[in-house]
Ligand binder design. Structure first.
Ligand code: NAD
Length: 326
């Protein structure tokens, strides 16, 4: 098997290269993201490996099909960026890594919340400059607060356990509640009404696109803190900004952003940012943004690489892969 590996970062290469070599998959690593113009890089390859912001749309799939590419291997869990139905209709299999470390993402969600709440990022900068003033650094106890968890799959459940460790009251919503679990399920409306903190852990689908919007923001508790480590477009970012400016929303912890593909994972520090919503969100004192890094732990990277290689080998040997997206 010959593989074109797109959107390669040094940390990907470090983990993937030895595994791919050992498995006999000949790999060409490209820094560029997959797009119609760069599809030529996949010519002569049987498979492509892509990440969260590689937009694998119909045009890209048509070109991949022309090059006789047989597999699109996502090295992530979410697959909203791949038109998998169209790929399947062209005879191209799509595989993903459904689970690699729910702990990595859930722990990052809590790290974001506590950084924002206890203003650790500000304190760090102050003390490095020998400014030991505490003015403006007041946070709140998590103990006794109500957290609403939307999506109680692998990551949502770990996040619930972490919140319980803090002595928080947990309310949860899932379109498909886990039967027989001890999760305290309620309606979305109840979560919006009662929660001091709301954390999103459901996938991005047609149904969940902008599920948090102007209408819902009007119904949340004053001062609610929003955490999104799932997919940016679950939240209407313009509406979130308005909610923050009107003081209705008390804070936002964002690892993902609707229009992140243009910016995240790259050093844009020397550029003028054209996305006013992103610029204004980042400029708010009660917003913290990380660059879709919740997955980034050694354990998660190792599991992602191992499962991706297993997925590719299964397809290469004509077997079914349990991780196929159909
Ligand atoms: P999962 O499939 O285990 O759980 C998702 C849960 O969402 C399921 O319980 C499902 O029933 C529920 N759900 C589906 N539709 C829903 C709806 N309309 N409303 C409410 N709940 C709904 O997935 P997971 O592994 O827990 O991952 C959750 C999300 O986290 C993924 O979809 C992915 O987009 C995101 N993610 C982000 C990162 C990161 O680095 N920031 C890393 C991994 C995953």
């Amino acid at each position: 098997m010959r593989l074109a590996f797109f959107d390669t970062k040094p940390y990907d290469r470090e983990v993937f290269e030895p595994l791919l070599k050992a498995s006999g998959i000949e790999t060409i690593f490209y820094d560029t993201r997959i797009c119609q113009d760069d599809c030529i890089l996949a010519s002569g390859c049987d498979a492509v490996c892509v990440f969260v912001n590689d937009e694998v749309d119909r045009k890209v799939i048509d070109t991949l099909a022309e090059y006789k590419v047989k597999v699109i291997a996502l090295r992530c869990a979410g697959f909203n960026n791949v038109d998998y139905k169209y790929a399947n209709s062209k005879g191209i299999k799509v595989v993903r890594v459904p689970a690699y470390s729910p702990y990595a993402v859930a722990e990052h969600a809590m790290a974001l919340l506590q950084t924002l709440n206890r203003k650790i990022h500000k304190a760090y900068i102050r003390t490095r400059d020998f400014n030991f003033s505490l003015n403006g650094l007041t946070g709140f106890d998590l103990h006794g607060k109500t957290v609403g968890v939307i999506g109680t799959g692998k990551i949502g459940r770990v996040f619930i356990d972490i919140c319980k460790g803090y002595g928080m009251k947990v309310l949860a919503y899932d379109k498909f509640p886990a039967e027989g679990s001890d999760i305290n399920y309620t309606s979305l409306e109840e979560i919006y009404k009662e929660a001091d903190i709301i954390s999103f852990h459901c996938p991005l689908t047609e149904e969940t696109l902008h599920m948090f919007n102007r209408g819902t923001i009007n119904r949340v508790k004053d001062g609610v803190v929003i955490i999104n480590t799932s997919r940016g477009a679950l939240i209407d970012a313009e509406a979130l900004l308005l909610g923050i400016r009107s003081r209705k929303i008390g804070g936002a912890c964002l690892d993902v952003y609707e229009e992140e593909a243009e910016y995240f994972y790259e050093d844009r520090s020397g550029n003028i940012i054209d996305d006013d919503t992103l610029s204004r969100l980042i400029s708010m004192p009660n917003v913290i943004v990380t660059s879709h890094q919740a997955f980034l732990t050694k354990e998660a990277l190792g599991n992602i690489a191992a499962t991706t290689v297993e997925n590719l080998l299964a397809i290469a040997s004509g077997k079914e892969s349990a991780n196929e997206v159909v």
